[in-house]
Design a protein around this ligand. Structure first.
Ligand code: GLA
Length: 682
């Protein structure tokens, strides 16, 4: 395990800060001075600026105003802070929308969107790209040598919204021509367009509006990712040229289904993401923590373990969620260090200071409308600032998990369109989370990867609902198992190819029937109040006894050479296999035919992990709601012990550690307060 470089060697510390909008306070520069004082006081050292500042930077076409930004950059540098400087493309100035209507998106019905809101520019428009290049060139040229410039934050939350303007449709068709070798018959075959007489006579007929043609809609999703990355590359080209040493990122939304961030990850220097869990909404913080951790693990894995940036989080109350719950005392430290525990080298917020008006005036901020440090939130942020200042040695450390979970965007698109027809509510992500959670609870590090990732470095690969196989994945999974790896796959896997065309000759297709030693003959889904019993086979190799429950969906499978570990106990298929294992080459391939309640997954994975001697962050029993995560450089181990339960918990430590936050030596029983966290060094 190596140590990665800091995000920018200029600042070899944890970054702490957030979205900062001094452009909203140009008329009251005394507020800026107060900001600088408060930043110091709270231990904030990295502010994301200019995110929606285009109107302040270029109030009229070609007239640029950098005076206010010069002041802010200088003030940041004077107070020892840094700027994560955004390009302003996330929101278009009004003059531009009026002068160049083509920068506004067009809906499926052909209507052009009015000016307003944000994150809604056309990603193909040559004019918008040109305007971005002009402003970004000016920013890069002006601040290239500035001591405060730390990183570039391109735009804001690029998203996969549709634009069906003539530029986008033309670009889509050009992309399709390349994909299908300029052969419309190939496209027609891939889209199975003879169905309902949808044959496309020519490329000009292809419009991504027919949701019944699953292959077409999948390609449209793929294209939007490609085109978004193309836009990102175009707008960041001047930054890369003028400031080659300044890392470029853009804030991902892995919680969203609209872009394939694995593809996007290749284009950025460091992953950053915006995380908004709904703490305290259900009373079950551990579930929210596990869900969030899965995304952290995904962001770390996207750059092969390189630490990522928690670009946005909320210090207090979010604008999301059914109800608006404040973070209870302690939760801010805990949830922020959760990100660090999984590989973040930053804790940043939306937002530094509450705006006075508009959409987010009540969204949680470090500085409230009160305007000073005398708030609970400010005090908790400052406590976190002091804690992060003690974590210099954690910067650049990571983890090399032995377990990988596959959660794949392209597959998700297919599940939510093609498979949805039969699964009702497929609940793809909740199912991935259910398979992730037993590892998180056991303190076993996990990489969350997609189907294109290298599998060879893992001992165990977990693949829930891999409905759509991406090219090459079946062969790599086969190789992985044959070489001695252990794979777990579930119902509704290997059903279709990348065009959402069903495999002929039995599921799982593409050679995986042989690897898993099963044939899945039928599937059905269930209402929420229904369940089907599962019984462990007597003397099964996992050593598990007793009964479990299947819910939502069950498949009827036949063991074709595999060993039956559990069977259904009810329904007309009672006695048929529910869980099997197949010896294939030097490895093992498990097939789970149904969605089950948590108990079964925890028991099965607990047993598989101990058979495979999979490494844990700490060799200790973890009470419910407590997790342990590891960061290391191969020599020093940092174990983050975190309590998401609503009560105090005790963990019996496996060795003597130093508590990094207090400096004390700890051994034996370690007590974690409700929402308590410890960073232990060994
Ligand atoms: C997003 C955006 C921010 C802000 C926050 C909070 O993640 O990037 O600009 O709107 O949500 O609502």
């Amino acid at each position: 395990m190596k140590r990665f470089d800091p995000i920018n060697p200029k600042c070899p510390h944890m970054l702490h800060g957030g979205d900062y909008n001094p452009d909203q306070w140009i008329a009251t520069p005394e507020v800026w001075d107060e900001d600088m004082r408060l930043m110091k006081l709270s231990g904030c050292n990295a502010m994301s600026i200019c995110i929606f500042a285009w109107s302040a930077l270029e109030p009229e076409e070609g007239r640029f105003e950098f005076g206010w930004l010069d002041s802010i950059m200088d003030k940041l540098a004077e107070s020892g802070g840094y700027a994560v400087m955004a390009t302003p493309s996330g929101s278009k100035p009004a003059w531009m929308s009026r002068a160049y209507p083509e920068i506004r998106r067009v809906k499926a019905d052909g209507a052009r969107q009015p000016h307003g809101s944000r994150h809604n520019h056309c990603r193909t428009s040559p004019v918008y790209r040109e305007k971005c290049v002009i402003i970004n060139t000016k920013l890069a040229e002006r601040y290239r040598e500035h001591p405060a410039l730390l990183a570039w934050h391109a735009s804001n939350e690029y998203n996969g919204g549709d634009c069906m303007c003539e530029h986008c449709l033309a670009a889509f068709r050009e992309w399709l021509k390349v994909r299908y070798d300029n052969d419309i018959d190939k496209l027609n075959h891939a889209y199975w367009s003879a169905f309902w007489s949808h044959t496309f006579p020519d490329w000009e007929y292809v419009v991504p509006t027919d949701h019944g043609i699953h292959g077409l809609m999948l390609d449209w999703e793929r294209f939007k990712t490609i085109q978004t990355i193309d836009f990102f590359n175009a707008e960041t080209a001047p930054l890369r040229e003028i400031t080659p040493d300044v890392p470029v990122t853009t804030n991902f939304m892995p919680g969203s289904t609209t872009l394939d961030y694995w593809e996007f990850a290749k284009a950025v220097d460091v992953i950053s993401w915006d995380s908004y869990p709904n703490w305290h909404e259900t009373g079950d913080e551990a579930t929210e923590a596990a869900r969030t951790s899965l995304q952290h693990d995904q962001c770390r894995a996207m750059k092969q373990g390189k630490p990522f940036m928690l670009m946005e989080s909320v210090p207090s109350i979010p604008t999301r969620g059914r109800v608006k719950k404040r973070k209870e005392p302690g939760m801010h430290m805990l949830s922020s260090l959760l990100a660090v525990a999984h590989g973040s080298d930053t804790v940043q917020y939306f937002q530094w200071r509450k705006s006075r008006g508009c959409m987010e005036k009540f969204h949680g901020a470090v500085v409230d409308h009160l305007g000073n440090e005398n708030t609970r939130v400010f005090r908790e942020v400052s406590e976190l600032g002091a804690a992060l200042a003690k974590l210099d040695d954690v910067v650049g450390t990571s983890v090399a998990p032995e377990v990988a979970l596959i959660q794949d965007w392209e597959n998700e698109w297919a599940v939510n369109s093609g498979a949805k027809v039969y699964l009702g509510n497929p609940k793809y992500r909740p199912e991935c989370l259910a398979h992730y959670r037993p590892f998180w609870e056991a303190g076993i590090p996990v990489d969350v990867i997609d189907q294109n990732c290298d599998l060879a470095k893992y001992k165990l690969v977990v693949a829930p609902m891999v409905y759509m196989l991406r090219p090459g994945f079946a062969d790599r999974l086969k190789q992985f198992v044959s070489d001695g790896g252990t794979a777990v796959m579930t119902y509704w896997s290997a059903v279709v190819d990348e065009s959402d065309l069903c495999f002929l000759g039995g599921v799982p297709g593409s050679g995986l029937r042989e690897v898993f030693g099963v044939w899945e003959e039928e599937s059905q889904s269930y209402y929420e109040h229904e369940s089907v019993g599962i019984k462990m086979a007597e003397g099964n190799a996992l050593g598990l006894e007793g009964d479990y429950e299947a819910v939502d969906t069950c498949s009827v499978i036949h063991a074709e050479g595999s060993i039956v570990l559990a069977t259904y106990a009810e329904e007309f298929f009672a006695g048929s296999p529910a869980l099997t294992v197949n010896e294939y080459g030097k490895g093992k391939a498990y097939y789970l035919a149904a969605r089950t309640r948590d108990g079964l997954l925890a028991d099965v994975y607990g047993r598989i992990a101990s058979d495979l001697k999979i490494a844990r962050a700490i060799d200790a029993d973890l009470p419910p709601g407590v997790t342990a995560q590891l960061r290391t450089d191969g020599e020093t181990r940092f174990v983050f012990l975190m309590n998401f339960s609503n009560a105090e918990q005790t963990v019996e430590l496996d060795a003597e550690y130093t508590d990094v936050l207090t400096g004390d030596a700890v051994a034996g029983a370690a007590t974690l307060a409700r929402y308590g966290v410890m960073v232990l060094r060994r």
